[in-house]
Design a protein around this ligand. Structure first.
Ligand SMILES: [Mg+2]
Length: 329
């Protein structure tokens, strides 16, 4: 059994080890291994670019996050941002800062997870860079996609009267993270935290059908997503507590611990679902999305208001929306 570390192997060998695993499509004119990648543009489309960093102990905990999940999440968070713009993902760049003592097999696992998700979404890894880290493992991914000019989704298009929707279920990942920390075995939630599925197809369909007036992905929780979308669109939102898609195991998880399940699900981050708005007149377009999307549920969770406040309607009355998760708060 090999216990070689990344410092035993050295930068050049590590890079070659990753490059050997890559398949490069024909539109990549100069691929990994040169000073920079050269790619042919996709005709008739705009480029959409995003970047997101994952730092050990800030974004993930190696004690319960397997290497493969670390790699998966590093790309997934970027694909989720592309999905929120209605873009089709196309390429990624990867910057790694590795602790000297990290085992080569751990690095292999990180790359396994990243490349498996890349393959699933036909994303080409076109370049990157490796450095040693005096501290935590750091994975910085830049991703690029394409979108037709008339299909771009942004946070800024919501208008009073628009309906508010969310894909999938909310609060799963936070319950999963709590379960992992506690070793409590809430398996479905743990998987939702470790291997979030970026809603690439949902974003594409919302754009293609021109169904959404605004869209954002839920990296830091529903409350945070609602707040950011409302700010960008200069509107308010009233959510309906009874309509929020909470999975039964998430409800039970919080109730067993004496937490307010609704509050926890609204605040909890890392779900990577899409939050979007639809004009009342565009119900037919949303219907088309639902038809094409397959198994992924889409729930109507509220309404856009002219009044800029953010609130949630519960059986006990209307109360202000809680804060979501944020760095540096
Ligand atoms: Mg985002």
């Amino acid at each position: 059994m090999s216990t070689r570390t990344v410092s035993d192997l050295g930068e050049r060998a590590l890079i070659d080890r990753i490059i050997a695993r890559l398949a490069t499509p024909s539109w990549v004119v100069v691929g990994p291994g040169d000073d920079a990648a050269v790619v042919a543009p996709k005709r008739g489309t705009l480029d959409v670019l995003t970047t997101d960093i994952q730092i050990e102990s800030v974004h993930f905990d190696c004690r319960f996050t397997p290497p493969e999940a670390i790699g998966h999440r590093a790309l997934a968070v970027n694909l989720s941002d592309l999905a929120a713009m209605g873009a089709e993902p196309r390429l990624a760049l990867l910057s790694l800062a590795l602790p000297d003592a990290m085992e080569v097999t751990t690095l292999d696992g990180v790359i396994d997870g990243l490349l498996a998700l890349a393959r699933a979404h036909r994303v080409a890894l076109v370049g990157g860079n490796i450095s040693r880290s005096p501290g935590p493992l750091t994975i910085d991914v830049t991703a690029g996609g394409t979108v037709h000019p008339r299909r771009v989704l942004t946070r800024a298009g919501a208008r009073p009267g628009d309906e508010v929707y969310v894909t999938g279920t909310i609060g799963d990942a936070m319950a999963g993270l709590e379960s992992l920390r506690a070793g409590a075995g809430c398996e479905r939630c743990e998987q939702r935290y470790l291997r979030p599925e970026p809603r690439v197809r949902a974003g594409l369909l919302l754009g293609r059908n021109r169904a959404a007036s605004a869209c954002i992905d839920l990296s830091d929780g529903l409350a945070d997503g609602v707040r950011r979308m409302a700010e960008a669109s200069h509107v308010g939102v009233e959510l309906d507590a009874a309509a929020l898609p909470l999975a039964e195991d998430v409800r039970q998880w919080h109730e067993a611990r004496g937490h307010d399940a609704l509050d926890a699900a609204v605040r909890g981050g890392d779900d990577y679902e899409l939050l979007f708005t639809v004009r009342p007149a565009h119900g037919g377009r949303l219907k088309a999305v639902r038809r094409q999307i397959g198994h992924l549920p889409i729930s109507k969770v509220g309404i856009v208001t002219k009044d800029p406040g953010l609130s949630i309607r519960t059986p006990d009355g209307v109360r202000p929306l809680p804060e979501g998760f944020a760095h540096f708060r």
